[in-house]
Design a binder for this molecule. Structure first.
Ligand code: ATP
Length: 447
């Protein structure tokens, strides 16, 4: 294996000394040129060790606007001055951030880990040439960005830290949360997921912490909140930024102390729960926009994970299409194929609805095609056109349930995953929409 190329930007003597550590002895250290930020994206660069103290405004801007999807692994060093830009960059790059005084042993461990991982996956950048995608937990994908994600998930799974998963709608945040739970020592205990946008504001507290009988009008019997339901396991708070701010304050208390009190109860309960949360908003903007309390953010994001959009996953688009087709074939004992031209059409699309949209496009194509999925069966959301389709567009003999699912999935994709807007358009309650989605998910999980 050729020497790993490492961009090394060390300003202080303490960081410079890392170059002498045996962990880097086999590496080819590149002294930073003027454009060291661009060097982080060179295909043959494996790792960046970057001291970020004293960045120029243009370097800061370049880091901020950089597309990290095909960048190398990165470790930052700073003097510890709070720096929101660096926080965002770490999130997007999946990088480590060591603050001064930097312990060399911790850095060496991280470097050794990264280089060992790169060796097992052939240096990243593996092209997908067949439908046999690599899979980690419940996540399928072989692209460099997905391998980076697997490394983060693997590392954080065994820790107790709370995790905030950030990514666009449909990228697989819930799947990441599930995978984190399954790979953690809590796997044998419950995984409880709750969608914060679907909770009515009056019931949030009772949903979270439970209530005793008679706690309020209508509380006819005791109710266990999600913290109690997830005891010993993992609680997944989806769309956390949609939880009302006053309820976030109550959540903060249990995150800080581990204690909570069911409504109407005199007894304080202690939670043994790992909290994973998710949002499709940019956390910094959510804080600035008043959707997320900063103190709650710091508690939830002890370890932030960024899930890249599908359009940044290159050959995984075609890979996932084949993957979903294989599963669909197995489900129906069918043997449908997909043409190269259809795969090319999928690869060209930008996928604003991400993996969910791709899955639905495949599902639609599968229903429409007899034996082979061709270009005309690939109906993309930007080619669907507004309004109700002509009745001749709906193939005869398709189970009503499938048509209902397609309508729901198309509406969600069109609304970029916004369930409140989708439910409104579909003329059903948000709760009914959630029930239906849960049913589909359960069906998918079994197949
Ligand atoms: N890497 C992947 N491999 C296989 N299936 C995936 C992958 N990522 C997402 N999916 C599938 O795509 C769909 C959407 O995933 P998921 O619900 O986890 O996304 P999300 O980011 O949580 O969406 P939202 O923000 O709307 O809640 C699911 O059916 C999931 O099984």
């Amino acid at each position: 294996m050729p020497a790993h190329r490492v961009v090394f930007r060390a300003l202080t003597q303490h960081i410079q000394q890392l170059a002498e550590n045996p962990v880097l002895s086999g590496a080819h250290l590149l002294s930073p040129s003027d454009d060291w930020v661009a060097a982080l994206r060179e295909p043959n660069v494996a790792l960046g060790l970057i001291e970020v103290t004293g960045l120029s405004a243009s370097e800061q801007a370049a880091l901020e606007s950089m597309d990290w999807s095909d960048a190398c692994e990165v470790i930052f060093f700073s003097d510890g001055t709070p720096n929101r830009t660096l926080d965002t960059v770490c999130l997007k790059s999946g990088g480590f951030h060591f603050r001064s005084p930097v312990a060399h042993e911790a850095v060496v461990e991280a470097v050794a880990d990264i280089l060992a991982d790169l060796e097992t996956d052939g240096g990243g950048g593996v092209e997908v040439v067949s439908s046999d995608l690599d899979q980690f937990g419940l996540l399928a994908g072989s692209s460099r960005v997905m391998r980076k994600l697997y490394r983060s998930v693997r590392k954080v799974a065994s820790a107790e830290a709370n995790v905030l998963i950030v990514g666009e709608s449909g990228v697989g945040k819930e799947l990441v949360a599930n995978t984190l739970h399954l790979a953690s020592p809590r796997a044998a205990n419950p995984f409880v997921a709750i969608n914060c946008s679907a909770l009515s504001p009056e019931l949030v507290e009772s949903e979270l912490f439970g209530h005793v009988k008679g706690a309020f009008t209508g509380a006819q019997r005791e109710h266990q909140g999600v913290f109690a339901q997830a005891e010993g396991g993992t609680l997944f708070l989806d769309e956390i930024t949609e939880m009302p701010l006053d309820q976030q304050a109550k959540l903060l208390r249990v995150l800080e102390t581990g204690e909570y009190r069911p409504l109407g109860s005199q007894t304080v309960a202690t939670a043994n729960v790992r909290v994973i949360s998710a949002t499709n908003r940019d956390p910094e903007q959510a804080i600035d926009g008043g959707f997320l309390r900063e103190d709650v953010y710091f508690r939830l994001a002890q370890f932030p994970i960024y899930v890249p959009p599908l359009r940044a996953r290159g050959a995984d688009i075609a890979g996932l299409a084949r993957h979903f087709l294989a599963y669909r074939n197995a489900e129906d004992s069918a043997n449908k194929t997909i043409s190269e031209a259809a795969l090319a059409k999928l690869a060209d699309h930008t996928w604003p609805g991400n993996v969910r949209e791709l899955k639905h496009a495949l599902e639609r194509a599968f229903i429409l095609a007899d034996t082979q999925i061709n270009v005309e069966h690939v109906v993309l959301d930007d080619s669907v056109g507004a309004g109700v389709p002509a009745s001749s567009d709906v193939p005869a003999g398709v189970p009503l349930e499938d048509i209902e699912r397609m309508a729901i999935e198309n509406t969600l994709a069109e609304n970029e995953g916004n369930k409140v807007a989708s439910a409104k358009q579909l003329g059903i309650s948000v709760k009914t929409l959630y029930n239906k989605l849960e049913k589909y998910q359960a069906g998918d999980d079994q197949s």
